[in-house]
Design a protein around this ligand. Structure first.
Ligand code: EPU
Length: 419
């Protein structure tokens, strides 16, 4: 079992380069199924989740070549057939359900085991299924599997009860070859949705409005192979912004998109962090007195749930009372218990964490309960007095490229220990 060991108290300095977005590249890899041809994805973050989805594609006969040196994936989906993907792999990751939409579009149906809940909430898939049904698929959930069958998919107007990222992506991918026009209303507006639509359009799809609340998809006969370079990871960017703030350091973060970071910049600025944008870089200076703030997670362009745990960690070191309210996932405060081991003073009241800033956190052995929780604990460790050991770091490896190496380059005293 590997762990990350941090000796807190180092000042960070220098520059860090941000990788491409995990949450863009996963649906993009799934979308390659639609081409029945060769797709090339550049600038791919070499992450555990990327390997899992690639292996799922391989299990349905796609030819996937991963070039770790060039950060490139070449996917040939011409030999994919309607067969069972490896259920063990599918259950490993929620995002594996994103192959459902493309498979229904290409083969008129598909059967996939239910992805199941996870540490941050139950995460149902009802909105995905309602969308497939609205396009004319017969959807059946039985014995732990979802099966969708459609003689022909026909465009429809689909209103999502909630702007789910995954449902928007899955329905968009199913609808690209449906007859006529599909309109997804109350769609998720996350930048990763627009990135996926850009990739689909480069394959020959006809999608407009992605990134807004209403997405229009005019069905096309078929799609062709294409290449794409996914957008930068706004959550990794935000995580390094918090790294600077929690260690009272000044760093430069390269390869960002200021637009995507607006909600994070706004709240950290409100807390007193100095942030300046220079083209595709951010200068973040946390070496100042910070104030407590209140935050509520919301669908984009609101404050991202994927930054909630990191900011909770930061606010636990900021004098005064802050309130962080989680509205997206019902169980995303598992990190609070771990932060308390480090001396944080946080009480959970329903969907809110009431945080009383403490003078100092102290190093402890803590467990990464999910990906972002793990990152948040590393950040707390950077600021804590003494040694912090973060265990169960496989969660962190699912979504951060070389996080300890990047922090080490910035001057952190951090090590991965393989036991
Ligand atoms: N929901 C439903 N029914 C559905 C779908 C979603 O009730 O059919 C609910 C979920 O249970 C949740 C809320 O809607 O309470 C939001 O879920 P959403 O579908 O938007 O999330 P997702 O597509 O499963 C993606 C990211 C998550 C990120 C969320 C929210 C990927 C691969 N994952 O998940 O990323 O937290 O959107 O922004 O894109 C992470 O990177 O750490 C991560 C968890």
């Amino acid at each position: 079992m590997s762990k990350i060991v941090i000796k807190g108290g180092s000042n960070l300095h220098g520059e860090v380069n941000i990788s491409a977005a995990k949450n863009s590249v996963l649906p993009i890899i799934a979308a390659s199924i639609l081409s029945g041809d060769k797709c090339i994805i550049d600038n791919v973050p070499m992450l555990e989740d990327v390997f899992v989805i690639s292996n799922i594609l391989k299990s349905i006969s796609a030819d996937v070549t991963i070039d770790k040196k060039l950060n490139k994936i070449i996917i040939d989906t011409s030999n994919i057939s309607y067969c069972d993907p490896c259920s063990e792999l599918v259950k490993k990751m929620r995002a594996s359900f994103l192959i459902m939409g493309p498979m229904i579009s290409r083969f008129g149906g598909f059967k996939l085991c239910l992805p199941g809940g996870c540490n941050i909430g139950t995460r149902p898939i009802d909105l995905h299924l309602k969308g497939f049904a609205a396009l004319g698929a017969k959807v059946n959930v039985e014995h732990g599997f979802v099966e969708a069958k459609a003689k022909k998919l026909i465009g429809n107007k689909i209103y999502l009860d909630f702007p789910s990222v995954g449902a928007t992506e899955n329905i968009m991918m199913a609808a690209v070859t449906a007859e006529g026009e599909t309109i997804i209303e109350n769609a998720a507006e996350e930048p990763e949705i627009k990135d996926l639509a850009d990739f689909l359009n480069s394959m020959g799809a006809n999608i407009t409005g992605a990134g807004s609340r209403a997405i229009h998809i005019k069905g096309v006969k078929n799609l062709k192979g294409s290449s794409h370079s996914p957008i930068c990871d706004r959550i990794e960017s935000g995580t390094f912004m918090v790294a600077a703030a929690i260690t009272k350091s000044k760093i430069r973060i390269n390869g960002i998109n200021e637009e995507y970071l607006k909600p994070i910049i706004a709240k950290l600025t409100e807390a007193g962090v100095y942030i300046r944008c220079e083209g595709n870089s951010l200068i973040v200076d946390g070496n100042r007195e910070l104030n407590p703030i209140d935050i509520k997670t919301m669908p984009y362009p609101g404050f991202p749930t994927d930054m909630q745990s990191q900011v909770t960690g930061l606010l636990s070191t900021v004098k005064g009372t802050s309130i962080v309210t989680e509205t997206i996932f019902e169980n995303r405060f598992m990190h609070v218990m771990e932060m308390k081991r480090m001396g944080a003073n946080i009480k959970i009241d329903g969907r809110s964490a009431v945080i009383e800033g403490v003078d100092k956190l102290t190093g402890a052995e803590v467990k990464a309960t999910d990906l972002r929780a793990g990152a948040a604990l590393i950040l707390c460790g950077l600021a804590a007095e003494g040694k912090t050991e973060v265990i169960d770091i496989y969660h962190i490896d699912r979504g951060y490229v070389d996080i300890e190496k990047k922090l080490k380059l910035l001057g952190a005293d951090i090590e991965r220990v393989n036991e």
